[in-house]
Design a protein around this ligand. Structure first.
Ligand code: ADP
Length: 261
């Protein structure tokens, strides 16, 4: 739990850092835009002496390119270390830390499928992904609400798989659901884009969902979001079932699905 709390703090620090970088990047773009605007205005007046403005715009572009290069090498994922994972155990291990960080106004509920299939995935990255999703849920519920973490065995037949652009077969589904503000279709269509955020500068980085997406795709899985304004958001992570070493979870570690939702 201590390690996880540190992880959360680290991610918030990374959030502030990248928020600052996005701000710098915007300033560089402003330099480029003004250089190009000045150039355009001069040319419209028949004045072709625009070298200095072009120079300024180029300098802005070069600095922005250098910045994204740095940011990319900073954020480049460490190689994934996949292991056979019982998602129920992973969520159970996270739940105390999560419910504390969600605050008193948000109720955390876990609904764990008994006899959940195993999956093969980097457990640390999966924890990060869940934390990211829980932080988003928290941010969508400033007046409180409910977060439900749910697991399920999911079989995709050919038709269902085609819709999701996946292979048919067995998957482990991890669902993070909130009763928050929800997203407009427009926000939803951009939600996975790196740097897309609707949060105030310094709070949102716009990197959370794009990281979750990248990691889950790299793990052979799929992410989908359903959201309704003022009703809430459901994020589903689908991870391929792993048959190799599918250790049975001992009886006394099982958590049964509570009645009702
Ligand atoms: P960030 O959280 O830094 O903004 P993300 O990539 O995690 O970056 O999310 C991008 C945007 O998607 C958020 O700014 C928000 O508008 C929207 N979003 C993500 N998760 C949720 C959620 N659970 N409820 C409502 N909106 C969400």
């Amino acid at each position: 739990a201590e390690r996880q709390l540190r992880q959360l703090q680290k991610m918030e620090a990374v959030g502030q850092l990248t928020g600052g970088i996005a701000h710098d990047f915007n300033n560089m773009l402003a330099v480029v835009i003004s250089g190009l605007n000045l150039t355009q205005r001069q040319l419209a007046r028949g004045n072709t002496d625009v070298g200095a403005y072009i120079e300024g715009a180029l300098e802005g572009v070069n600095r922005a390119a250098a910045l994204t290069q740095r940011l990319l090498s900073f954020s480049r994922q460490q190689p994934l270390e996949p292991a056979v994972v019982d998602a129920n155990g992973l969520l159970t291990g996270l739940s105390d830390m999560l419910s504390r960080s969600l605050g008193e106004m948000i109720v955390l509920e876990t609904l764990l499928q008994p006899d959940l299939w195993a999956t093969k995935v980097d457990p640390n990255q999966l924890e990060n992904a869940i934390i990211n999703l829980a932080v988003n849920a928290r941010d969508a519920m400033p007046d409180g609400g409910r977060v439900v973490l749910q697991t399920a065995n999911a079989h995709l037949d050919t038709a269902q798989a085609r819709v999701a652009g996946m292979e048919p077969g067995d998957y482990v589904r991890i669902r993070v659901q909130d009763t928050g503000a929800g997203m407009t279709p427009e926000v939803l269509s951009k939600a996975f884009d790196p740097f897309f955020t609707t949060k105030p500068t310094g709070r949102g980085t716009g990197l959370g969902l794009s990281q979750v997406y990248g990691f889950i795709r790299q793990s052979g899985g799929h992410v989908s979001i359903n959201s309704q304004i003022s009703r809430g958001t459901v994020v589903d992570l689908l991870l391929p079932r792993c048959l190799e070493g599918a250790g049975q979870v001992p009886m006394d570690q099982r958590v049964d699905v509570p009645q009702g939702r």
